[in-house]
Design a binder for this molecule. Structure first.
Ligand SMILES: [Zn+2]
Length: 287
């Protein structure tokens, strides 16, 4: 089973309120809660008459982000909003904009943002044959295939994903050459409901045609690569687990392209398996 991935929408809301008359000097806490996905973080740092919005992507090289303001009361921003933000490098603390009061009196603002890991690309025409994401000396059953009835629903952003049921700690191998654009291995939790979706560990690899593969639900500290690292098919990239939205240890493997900050397209793929080169791996079958 699986979740919605971190390139899934992270819709975060944050409210900053300043009362100038009280001369409060407040710094708002980060919106992110313990355990949340932190591939992209936008935080506000508030002083008594202005706020700076700071973007960080400590574990991600590429992201497509949209920042919107739900409320701007007696306040203005230094750049036009909503703003579409393209992240193409690891950012530690980049100032996006400032919000400030238009005139004396109370002011407040509220913003949301969402993102997908990766940059937009057009549909690829390359008919690549992927390797199995584990050693050819092992065989595992597909617990959910494309258009599965749990979390790979037809029309969903996981439509063509495949889940391989495997013991925790199984070595995961890259299925196609590329480089690591996002990773996470600090989560210790997983569970059967979508509230756990933000808690998965994963590796995302970008391919030469602009598509991405995600390898998800890795175990705590189960990432074997570094950000930006180049891999070939067969490079060990992680250890399987059941973090995130998962009821049992398994690997969620998916190829996708980014459409915008709220949408990815899960792409069908061909894979070289123990049963030959297949265009679709079937639920219940072992490969
Ligand atoms: Zn899945």
């Amino acid at each position: 089973m699986n979740k919605l991935q971190p390139y899934i929408i992270l819709l975060a809301a944050k409210i900053g309120v300043v009362f100038l008359l009280l001369l409060l000097e407040t710094c708002c806490a980060t919106f992110a809660r313990e355990g949340d996905n932190k591939a992209v973080l936008i935080e506000d740092v508030l002083t008594n008459s202005a706020a700076r919005l700071i973007l960080s992507t400590p574990n991600t090289l590429e992201a497509t982000v949209r920042l919107e303001f739900k409320k701007l009361q007696n306040a203005e921003t230094s750049i036009a909003v909503p703003a579409d933000i393209i992240v193409s490098e690891r950012l530690l603390r980049k100032e996006l904009l400032t919000v400030k009061a238009k005139d004396a009196g109370s002011w407040n603002f509220q913003f949301n943002y969402r993102f997908k890991i990766g940059l937009r690309s057009e549909k690829s025409t390359i008919d690549f044959v992927y390797s199995l994401p584990y050693s050819s000396s092992q065989k595992f059953a597909v617990s959910q295939g494309a258009c599965g009835k749990y979390t790979h629903l037809k029309g969903s952003q996981n439509e063509n994903a495949v889940d391989f049921r495997m013991p925790e700690g199984t070595r995961i191998l890259a299925s196609r050459p590329g480089f690591v654009v996002s990773l996470r291995d600090d989560s210790k939790s997983g569970g059967p409901t979508k509230e756990f979706a933000e808690r998965e560990n994963l590796v995302v690899i970008k391919h030469e045609d602009g598509t991405y593969a995600s390898y998800a639900h890795l175990k705590h500290k189960g990432v074997l690569v570094t950000l930006g690292q180049s891999v070939v098919a067969g490079t060990p990239i992680g250890l399987s687990g059941s973090t995130g939205w998962a009821t049992e240890p398994h690997l969620h493997f998916m190829v996708y392209r980014v459409i915008d900050s709220s949408k990815i397209e899960s792409l069908p793929f061909r894979m070289n398996t123990s049963k030959g080169i297949l265009g679709a791996l079937k639920e219940g079958e072992t490969y």
